[in-house]
Design a protein. Structure first.
Length: 345
């Protein structure tokens, strides 16, 4: 293994030049995206660089936060709406880069580290550096096929739902107005609240994404019925990939199958943009996986790497995963019920 030198903060110019030129660089690694995360999700953004001599051979964006007594670093910190991040480098440098990150974790007294890579990594490439892996899944649709072949590759129920939406008069509109994001955020916030969940991103996050990418890499489609928006979805695209980033709908209109029509519209748009792959982004929740699978994509594995600094940190992490849903529900229940110091009966 060739040792690499780690630099804590790579210059923005050097960073963006490397990301745009490297095959593993994504839109999520670009400075405008990282700055949107920093402004809206808090924490300290580190642009780590790995050098072989004077040559830059790899990058890793890290966001560091304090969670109670713990210092936690992640790439990304909030996975909703930033599905991939992690290293930008060739596999030949992965082992040495992981070793350098472990040393950085020790020096920086980071208790827990999590990296989300857009690829399936073999255990031999990370286990000896103390990392464990969670295998994540997504559905990816091959867009090199003709439009007709893609349509025929949909499951029958999916084609039926698309036809139903069209028959019911649902219209798909590409959004060009920034103000629409207020409507979108209200819809998605309502969706989270209906599931007793907190929206992981604030309204300004989506406004900042629009400001940074709307003219180049971001597309929003809305489903309209009787002049009312009943569903919408955000997509980002780069190079040969098109990502389904986020979507929402009004539950009382779900019987109109507007989400299926939005996806079909986006798939056709992705082909027109020259994309080769349509990434549905995340297929680990069964009901969402069922929906995404119906469009005929291939189930693909990618990797979430985690490294606690000690066994007690690992125990805390496991207990948090087990109880975080319950804790969140109790907190939201209490917030909703307590008024003026008295509990409503």
């Amino acid at each position: 293994m060739n040792e690499l030198t780690l630099k804590d903060q790579v210059s923005i110019d050097e960073w963006d030049t490397f990301v745009s030129a490297h095959r593993t660089g994504t839109i999520f690694h670009a400075t405008p995206w990282l700055e949107t995360l920093r402004r809206n999700q808090g924490g300290t953004l580190l642009r780590l660089g790995f050098y072989q001599g004077a040559e830059l051979v790899g990058l890793l964006p890290l966001i560091v936060k304090k969670l109670g007594p713990l210092r936690v670093a992640a790439s990304p910190f909030t996975v909703e709406d930033t599905p991939y991040l992690g290293f930008v480098l060739d596999r030949v440098h992965l082992d040495a880069s992981l070793a350098a990150v472990v040393d950085f974790q020790r020096r920086s007294r980071i208790h827990f580290l999590r990296l989300l890579q857009r690829e399936d990594l073999e255990p031999a490439s990370f286990e000896h550096n103390g990392f464990t892996a969670i295998r994540k899944h997504t559905h990816i649709l091959d867009l090199s096929k003709s439009e007709d072949e893609i349509w025929k590759g949909f499951e029958g129920r999916c084609r039926t739902h698309v036809r139903k939406a069209e028959k019911e008069g649902v219209e798909i509109k590409e959004i060009h107005e920034r103000d629409f994001l207020d409507t979108y955020y209200d819809m998605i916030d309502r969706l989270y609240r209906r599931q007793a969940l907190k929206n992981p991103n604030c309204r300004q996050f989506y406004l900042d994404l629009w400001d940074a990418f709307a003219r180049t890499n971001l597309t929003i489609f809305a489903a309209i019925k009787d002049q009312k928006c009943i569903a919408a979805a955000i997509f980002v695209h780069e190079r040969d990939r098109y990502y389904y980033l986020n979507g929402t709908s009004l539950s009382e209109y779900n019987h109109l199958c507007a989400n299926n029509l939005i996806q079909w519209t986006a798939i056709k748009h992705a082909k027109s943009c020259g994309a080769f792959f349509f990434d549905f982004v995340g297929s680990d929740i069964p009901r969402l996986a069922k929906f995404k699978k119906s469009f005929g994509g291939e189930l693909v594995v990618y990797t979430c790497l985690e490294r606690p600094s000690a066994k007690w940190v690992s125990l805390l992490r496991n207990q948090f995963t087990r109880y975080k849903g319950l804790i969140g529900r109790i907190a939201r229940f209490a917030k909703g019920k307590i008024r003026g110091g008295a509990i409503e009966r």
